[in-house]
Every structure is written in structure tokens, then in C-alpha cells.
Design a protein around this ligand. Structure first.
Ligand code: NDP
Length: 398
């Protein structure tokens, strides 16, 4: 029985709160804190079986966070605010001796560059304090790391190639919207692509490599585009046998058309510009105009399919294994008032929290998901709402 503090009250947070509340055997007490108290209260009001306490917090401010942690005394902080807050929340956890979990790696506000270096730098301090940080416990990163660990443990002697493939085959019917925080989403997609090849990351222009991939279970062929994604950094470190690692995501032609125009006119810029005597950051202004991803829940129909294809040898034979999850937007909304992108992130966050609290995964220091035994996590995450499918076969290169 544990007390948890959830920080952030957006789309992912809503799923995290619902899912924690479904497991009062583990989460005996829940506090939800974020920048806008009314958003915390709105989520808390959806939970009927237990009372969710709420608080206002600026998670950029370490002394405020420390005061809240001292007052609440949680066993664990689940950080589902934005990547910009990762380090301040980790600092506050260090000061108060509280375990930490997040779903996205730190990114400085002024550079669109995802990197674990900043968070890995906390390793010795977390160890010395005897507390744990679990990094990237969402779907990608998160489930994709666990799927890779599962492929390495049960299906291949060692992994030589890895393709992580993320399809959102859902449709919200709006001309243009992002399905998670628009600022984070657009920064990720418009950044230069990097993939791992023969011991180094190779840079190519954003969205310049495209394939068609035939998705399972009736989704069918969709265009996938290669982009950089943060889990590749930890996966190639922890599975050094990997010679090539790529991350792919589906985008509709309509989405890419809008993005291209927005980029061409400067609306995706992350630096400050002067506008009528005041400084604004165009991408933040754009975020204010775009639909709030949390409002897409009732509109979105269709499925997501996210998974990994790992290739290597098993008993001397070349083989590949495809491990994926299919999630239905409308089913997610019926259960948690959120679409599948938030759901597929929130469920692994809560599963990671369960792993930490029941000590199936617990050790002082800063950890990525693939560093732990995947099996206890997989045993929990299916019943929590994200079952997986495994397809083994020959090795055809993508
Ligand atoms: P939202 O924008 O919907 O929610 C973010 C929340 O954080 C908002 O409630 C916001 O407050 C709050 N917040 C922002 N700044 C602060 C601050 N300084 N102090 C306190 N609260 C703050 O984002 P999502 O729910 O879509 O995403 C949440 C996280 O999940 C992000 O880090 C995202 O990158 C990650 N993610 C990970 C995925 C994965 O698979 N690993 C996939 C999708 C998302 P306010 O309400 O006031 O704006």
C-alpha cells in the first residue's frame, strides 16, 4: 500500500490517475499536482472509488516541489508533466529521498535535442541517496524497451537489427491536431533524424526516409517515416550487439502538408521572436491555437499499433520477431476518457510504478526499462490494458 504523487494534469495524467485508482491494492493514496489546479480537480472528479487529493505546483521550481514532497511524503513521484520538468523533479526527489518515474527524457527548452546524458548524470547521486529513478516508462520509450528486452531474453541469442514502428491509424476528423502535447510532438518530428548504424548515430534530414509497412490485424499498409527517438540511445547502449536501430512513425499526407506549411512560415520555431513589443515563441503560440490533445478523446476512432521488430540469430538461424500491441481509441476513451495515445503512455507508467512499489524492479540508481527483467512487467501490463502479440518468422530486411 503506497502513496503516490502524480505531477502534470494533461492527457497522459488522466490515464495514470484512472489506472492508479483501479488498483487501490497498490496505490492506497493518490495526490495529483500540476500548474493549473482546475485541471487536477477535473481529473480527480472523474474518480469515484477513492478520493484523489489535488495541489497546485510549478514543477520548474525546486523549492516548491521540495515543500510539496515534504508535505505529502509519497513513496513515488510519477512525472507526467513535460520533459522540461524532469531535472527539477529529480532534484526535488533527491533532496527528499523519494523514488522517481517519468515517460520522456529531459529536453532543454531552447534546444530540440532529446538525450539521456542529463538524467544519466544523476546515477551516482541517486545511488548514494538509496533512491531509484525509472526513465521513459511510457510506450515509446517504455513498452518498446521492454519488448526489445523480451526479444533478447526469449526469442533471439542476440539482436543485430531493431526497427521500432509506431502507427496511429486513428482519425479525429479535425484538419490538424497532434495527439500529444503539440509543442513536444512537433519539436520531435521536425528535428533532424538520427538512426544507429555500425556504432554511431547517422544524421539525415527530418522525414527524408519513407517506407510502406503492412500493419497487422486489418490496419493494412501505411507510410512510415524514419525519425530520431530517444529509446534508441539507451537500447544501443544496453544491447551493444545492435548494429542498426531505426525508429519509424506513420503520418498522413494531410498531417505532413500542414506541418510543412507551418514550418515554412516559421510557426514551428522554438526561439523567441519580437511581436508587437513583446517576445513570443512561435511554437508555443501555435500550441495555444491547436486543439488540446485531451479534447481528442471523444472524436478519435481507429487503432494504434506500436511494436518492435528485432532481428538476429537463434540457434544459428537468422530470424526476426515482431512484438506489438494494438489499442483501440474508442475503447480507451470508454475506459479512461482519453484516446489511445495517452492510454498507451499512461498504462506503462502505472505498470512501471507497480514494478517499483512491489519491488519486482527496484534498485538504487537511474535506470532504463530494458535493464530489468521484462517478464514481471509483461505479466502485469497485459491485464492492465496493453496485451501483446508475438510473430516469429524469417528475416526480411525492412
Ligand atoms: P499535456 O500537455 O497534455 O500535459 C502536460 C501537463 O503538464 C499539463 O497539465 C501542464 O499543465 C503540466 N505542466 C507543464 N508545465 C508544468 C510546470 N512547470 N509545472 C507543473 N505542471 C506543468 O501532455 P501529455 O499528457 O500529452 O504528455 C505528458 C508527458 O508524456 C510528456 O512528457 C510527453 O512527452 C510524454 N509522452 C510520452 C510518450 C511515450 O510513449 N513515452 C507518448 C506521449 C507523451 P497545464 O495544464 O497548466 O498546461
Amino acid at each position: 500500500m503506497s502513496k503516490v504523487l502524480i505531477i502534470g494534469a494533461g492527457g497522459v495524467s488522466r490515464v495514470v490517475v484512472h489506472k492508479c485508482a483501479q488498483r487501490p491494492d497498490i496505490f492506497s493514496s493518490i495526490t495529483l499536482a500540476s500548474r493549473t489546479l482546475s485541471r487536477c480537480d477535473a481529473i480527480a472528479a472523474e474518480i469515484k472509488n477513492i478520493k484523489v487529493a489535488t495541489a497546485q505546483i510549478d514543477a520548474d521550481d525546486v523549492p516548491q516541489l521540495v515543500a510539496l514532497l515534504k508535505q505529502e511524503k509519497p513513496q513515488l513521484v510519477i512525472n507526467v508533466a513535460l520533459p522540461y520538468q524532469d531535472l527539477t523533479i529529480m532534484d526535488a526527489c533527491l533532496e527528499t529521498g523519494v523514488d522517481y518515474l517519468d515517460t520522456a527524457n529531459y529536453e532543454p527548452l531552447d534546444t530540440a535535442r532529446f538525450e539521456y546524458s542529463w538524467q544519466w548524470a544523476y546515477q551516482e547521486r541517486f545511488k548514494k541517496k538509496g533512491i531509484m529513478a525509472l526513465l521513459g516508462s511510457g510506450f515509446d520509450p517504455g513498452m518498446t524497451n521492454v519488448y526489445t528486452a523480451l526479444a533478447a531474453k526469449n526469442y533471439l541469442d542476440e539482436i543485430e537489427e531493431l526497427d521500432i514502428i509506431d502507427a496511429n491509424a486513428g482519425n479525429h476528423g479535425l484538419p490538424f491536431a497532434t495527439n500529444f502535447n503539440p509543442e513536444i510532438n512537433i519539436r520531435e518530428i521536425t528535428a533532424a533524424c538520427r538512426h544507429w548504424e555500425d556504432g554511431a548515430f547517422v544524421e539525415t534530414p527530418a522525414l527524408s526516409t519513407k517506407r510502406s509497412f503492412n500493419f497487422p490485424e486489418g490496419i493494412g499498409p501505411m507510410n512510415i517515416y524514419r525519425l530520431y527517438h530517444e529509446e534508441m540511445e539507451s537500447l544501443v547502449k544496453h544491447f551493444p550487439s545492435i548494429k542498426k536501430a531505426q525508429f519509424w512513425m506513420t503520418f498522413s499526407d494531410n498531417y505532413l502538408k500542414h506541418l510543412e506549411v507551418l514550418q515554412n512560415v516559421g510557426m514551428t520555431r522554438i526561439d523567441e521572436v519580437e511581436f508587437e513589443g513583446q517576445k513570443i515563441v512561435p511554437i508555443q503560440f501555435l500550441k495555444a491555437l491547436l486543439p488540446d490533445p485531451a479534447t481528442l478523446g471523444p472524436l478519435t476512432k481507429g487503432k494504434t499499433c506500436i511494436g518492435v521488430i528485432a532481428r538476429g540469430k537463434k540457434d544459428g538461424r537468422r530470424k526476426q520477431v515482431y512484438i506489438y500491441n494494438i489499442c483501440d481509441h474508442e475503447a480507451c476513451y470508454a475506459e479512461t476518457n482519453s484516446q489511445a495515445i495517452s492510454y498507451t503512455t499512461g498504462v506503462p507508467a502505472v505498470t512501471g510504478a507497480i514494478m517499483m512499489l512491489n519491488k519486482a524492479w527496484h534498485a538504487p540508481g537511474v535506470w532504463n526499462m530494458e535493464q530489468f527483467d521484462p517478464e514481471p512487467f509483461m505479466a502485469e501490463v497485459g491485464p492492465m490494458g496493453l496485451p501483446h502479440v508475438v510473430i516469429e518468422g524469417e528475416w526480411p530486411s525492412l
